[in-house]
Each structure stands twice: as C-alpha cells, then as structure tokens.
Design a protein around this ligand. Sequence first.
Ligand SMILES: C[S@@+](CC[C@H](N)C(=O)[O-])C[C@H]1O[C@@H](n2cnc3c(N)ncnc32)[C@H](O)[C@@H]1O
Length: 248
Amino acid sequence: MPQVLALKNAPPSDNASIRTMFDRLAGRYDLFNALTSFGMDTLWRARALSIVRPGQRVLDLGCGTGDLTLGAAERLRGQGEVVGLDLSPRMLEVARARLQRRYPQGAPVRWIEGRAEDVADHGVTYDAVLSGFVLRNLRSGLDQVLVGLRRSTSAGAPLALLDFTEPRSAVMRRAWRAYMDRIVPLWGKALFGGDFPEGYMAASAACFDKPEEMAARLRTAGLTEVRYRIYGCGSIVLYNAVNPERVR
Ligand SMILES: C[S@@+](CC[C@H](N)C(=O)[O-])C[C@H]1O[C@@H](n2cnc3c(N)ncnc32)[C@H](O)[C@@H]1O
C-alpha cells in the first residue's frame, strides 16, 4: 500500500461529496490547472486528443470545465459530435459558458449531467472516448465504468484516458510529494480558500492503480491495444486502448 499523504479534511468517498467538491472548485478550476501544471496540461491533452477524427461521436467522460470537449470539437472540423458528461452542475456551467464564448454561432456539443457509472444507460454509441483526470475519482465504480464504456462504444473505438500517478523513481516521488504537499496547497488556498480539498490530489493519486495495474484492469475489461505513456516527470499517465467489439 503506498504511503498516503495526510488529508487535512476527510477525503470525499462517494459521488455526492465528489460533486460538492468540484462544484466548489469550478469557478477557478482552469486557472488552478494551468498554474499547478505550469501550462503543461495542454500538451498532455493534445496527446489524448490525437485519437479524435472528423465524423466521430466523441465522449468526454468527466468533462469538467470542458477542456477536452472543446479540443475534440475543434478536431472534428464540423463533422461529428462531442458529448461532455459530468457529475458536477457547476463544472458543466463553466464548460457551457466556455463553449458559448469560443463558438458563439454554436457547435456540435452536448452536455449530460450524470454519473460515469451510468454511461451505458443513455443509449448513445460513441466512436471515441476521452477522459482527463477522472479515473482516480471513480474509486470502486471504475470497473463498472469500463463495462459501461464497452457497452456504449462502437467496435474499434479508441480510448485515451489521462490521470495522475506517483512517480516511480524514488527521487522524483519525493520531489513530487513535496510539490503536492507544500506548493500546490499555496495555490489552492489562494484561489479557493477553505474550499480547497488539501491533500486530495496527492492522496487520490497515491491510492490509485499504478500504470501497469491500470493497464491490466483495462485488459481485464476486454479492451485491447492497451498501452500507456508517462509524462510530467513521471506523474501523468496517458492510457490508450481500443474496444475490439461492442458488448451488448
Ligand atoms: C479533476 S476534474 C477533471 C475535469 C476535466 N476532465 C479536465 O480534464 O480538466 C474531475 C471531473 O470528474 C468529474 N467526476 C468525478 N466523478 C465522476 C463520476 N462518477 N461521474 C461523472 N463525473 C465525475 C468531476 O465532477 C470533475 O468535473
């Protein structure tokens, strides 16, 4: 079991608490992201977005404020559709406003407020799935989500899933923990005050699957062509996989 950084508040352990946490963070989430990743998140997202092709119906699972959704809409070049699904109404509100600013004439984007666990219940078939920094929030629901994705994606649909991990090298892990424990909370408290869930990012990354475990989980769910690449000094993983056939 990895060492878990101390949490100042009880960690959110169910979807209602996760929703409340992200509702509170929504207003300044994008700024926080840009500051804490030194703007590097745009590079990792661009790698994930490379699976998107014109004509697809793309799901952005746990779309938050819509970074990947908007990126996918751009890559579709007017052919296809993007669906952004998220639990948090406030994150979706920010996403809608961003879409309106970027595409005042409208764009083929739909938003669904709901649980990733219920993705197969919407009766929509997707040709590609993106997800940014959501997996480790799903806890015991993760396998259910993967089953849902196999039921709601077409045969051959690619998936590109980004999330945090603890760096493998001991030196980088120490540096990463120090950064998460000392620097990130400074930004967090400056931007969100008492709403900042101190320790959550690091603890949820430490508790989450190691990259090889997550890759094995994807294979167990029946996904193929599973591979992962590590970025961000060892702390960011992009998982790629393919749904070989649609499960009914
Ligand atoms: C760290 S944010 C990432 C947002 C966005 N994907 C990005 O790349 O910036 C995690 C998002 O996942 C959403 N989320 C967490 N658990 C979820 C669930 N069970 N179903 C749907 N969305 C969920 C949260 O509401 C939040 O918007």
